[in-house]
Design a protein. Sequence first.
Length: 326
Amino acid sequence: MHDDEIKVKIYDFSLLKRMFLYTRPYKHLMFLAVFLIITASFFQLLGPYFTKLAIDDYIKVGNLDGLYIIVLLYFGALILTFLFQYAQVYVTQYLGQKLMYDLRGEIFKHLQKLSLSFFDKNPVGRLMTRVTSDVEALNQMFTQGVVNIFGDLFLLAGIVIVMVSVNAELALWTFSVIPILFVITAIFKRKVRAAFRSVRKWIAQINTYLQENITGMSLVQVFNRQERNYNAFTKINAQHTHAYVKMIFYYAVFYPAIELVSAIALAIVLWQGGLLKVSDMVTYGALVAFIQYAQMFFMPISDLSEKYNILQGAMASAERIFQLLD
């Protein structure tokens, strides 16, 4: 199989272990980033709960003094969420750049030790892709994938716990759309994985073709091959564009589909919540908070689906990088 079309499993633990060895010198930054995003997720969970308290305990009885306190607490939670998210993004981006600096240096140092026969067999453009595009894919995994997964899982678990504690019946009605969500996500992952792999393959071929032609431009001009080479490049470029547009199409369908499922869940919550309110089995504040939690429930699910594709791409890139290093 062509090394630009490597297929790896996202749960290849030996590959993951080797990738995470690069984080060992910066494990304190890794733990700090995870702590920051989990803390930010915790403060996100407080918003709807403060809304419930404001409606049921203060607005309903006309207690303005208590309402002011709740508003200040809500505002404080928003500020803390912003600060922790800002710190998390900064730390993860800094961590990613440190890791990429080390990895690029290791690859370049390794390339300098290889024999001339190796460079005769491997196009320079493909090697450039290893140092640039593939390393950047690993950067995305560490900065947008691994750390954020902890935050999404914590937020999702927190939302589920709070929803069940507020009203178990409404929570079950909300969760009734999860099977639909799983089907949509499974189809999306399969389609996008194939499209993403195709995009990466054509990027590598573009880099290879450009390098070969630019390096040998004097020969191209001597033999008057400009038009022929341009036509060949246009075909490769068109294939890349087609693959990228195909990937964009899947994303354009996926997120509206998630929004549709979310809207269906909210409609169910309003319907069942209205029935429960008529029967005095739920308060106005609890119903409003529940609607907010239901809206939040689908955000980490869609994020996790996107993170899966980031991890899948990073695993393929890591496989190619380690093949080069080995």
